[in-house]
Design a protein around this ligand. Structure first.
Ligand code: FNR
Length: 338
């Protein structure tokens, strides 16, 4: 048995394998209401039929002004619960577990309304300038994550992931490039971590299941978070009881990089080794052998697959064939699985 197909448990939730559908925005809400559409059902459920162990939704906004676009999924009101519940039931019926990525875009929201961030700095020349958040705005946003977690529980998700990466709101607090505040939320790494720390605390009042956080482990820019900063944040998350750090990178400020296979895995491995926290590796992991190398060498505990799963919902089957593993077929597909 390879590790890719070895089950793993987080806080009483067992994944049948280590393959996670990486969160990917589909910009497909039809009425700008944040609700699940037939597309979302087909899209996510296909990956459960394809035997991913965990299907994670795209960034799902905890407040309307925290959407990246008007077409994003949302969880800012109780009216969102019903669609998400139906999605969970369908995914569960094919043996996969479900995760939701709770998100707020901050200054990267491309909306008609006002947008908010720790500091009034636009992302680039064509972006809106955000309004600097007051302490009351911060408190309300933290409460919105709490309400989002409560709704996620009511909708039947198995895992919550807090989106702290890619230059969205939480990442904007974490990074010295985007956080120029002079209050208790800005300055030192300890202060920049305060917003995420408080989000984690309130989510945990509503959620006692597995809790993941996605972070950007490299900002590809001078003056951004250093590896020491990232290890400090990881240590704090471990102390707060986070079950896994999902290790991505970039998106904080405009930067052009040349990604290569597994380009984010090294930082993921360092965080796992230095902090003894479970990690998820993501980024140009495209083959079973590559995924297996990462897991066998204890560089990560899960692999998150993005674009390869967009191209092929049956990526787990292709990986199993490559690794000479027998992956049980969904009952309906048994005659075509060999
Ligand atoms: C993404 N990604 C992403 N990440 C995230 O944390 N939340 C999100 O909602 C999205 N949305 C999104 C949409 C689309 C269309 C793509 C292609 C990507 C990033 C994604 O989860 C993953 O980290 C990267 O795509 C790198 O992994 P792959 O694609 O090389 O396996």
């Amino acid at each position: 048995m390879t590790k890719l197909f070895t089950p793993i448990e987080f806080n009483n939730v067992q994944l049948k394998n280590r393959i996670v559908m990486s969160p990917m925005c589909m910009y497909s809400c039809m009425e700008q209401d944040g609700k699940i559409t037939p597309f979302h059902m087909t899209h996510y459920v296909s990956r459960a039929i394809g035997q991913a162990g965990l299907v994670m939704t795209e960034a799902t906004a905890v407040v309307p002004e925290g959407r990246i676009s008007h077409e994003d999924l949302g969880i800012w009101e109780d009216g969102h619960i019903d669609g998400l519940k139906r999605l969970n039931e369908q995914i569960h019926s094919y043996g996969a577990k479900t995760g939701i990525q709770l998100a707020h875009a901050g200054r990267k929201a491309r909306l008609n309304s006002d947008i908010y961030a720790p500091s009034a700095l636009p992302f680039n020349e064509s972006s809106k300038t955000p309004t600097e958040m007051t302490t009351a705005d911060i408190d309300n946003t933290i409460d919105a994550f709490k309400d989002g977690a409560k709704r996620a529980r009511e909708a039947g998700f198995d895992i919550i992931e807090i989106h702290g990466a890619h230059g969205y709101l939480i990442n904007q607090f974490l990074s010295p490039l985007t956080n120029k505040r002079v209050d208790e939320y800005g300055g030192s790494a300890e202060n920049r971590y305060r917003f995420l720390s408080q989000v984690i605390e309130v989510v945990q009042t509503e959620w006692d299941g597995p809790l993941f956080v996605r972070i950007s482990t490299d900002e590809y820019a001078d003056g951004g978070n250093t590896l020491d900063d990232i290890l400090y944040f990881a240590g704090q998350m471990k102390q707060q009881g986070i079950d896994l750090i999902d290790c991505s990178s970039g998106g904080v400020v405009p930067a052009s990089i040349k990604p290569y296979p597994g380009y984010q895995v090294k930082r993921c491995e360092t965080i796992k080794q230095e902090t003894s926290i479970a990690t998820g590796a993501v980024g140009l992991i495209t083959t079973g052998i590559q995924a297996e190398e990462i897991l066998q060498n204890d560089r990560a505990d899960l692999v998150l697959i993005g674009r390869s799963l967009l191209r092929n919902p049956y990526w787990p089957k292709a990986a199993a064939d490559e690794l000479d593993e027998t992956l049980p077929a969904p009952k309906q597909y048994e005659r075509g699985w060999k």
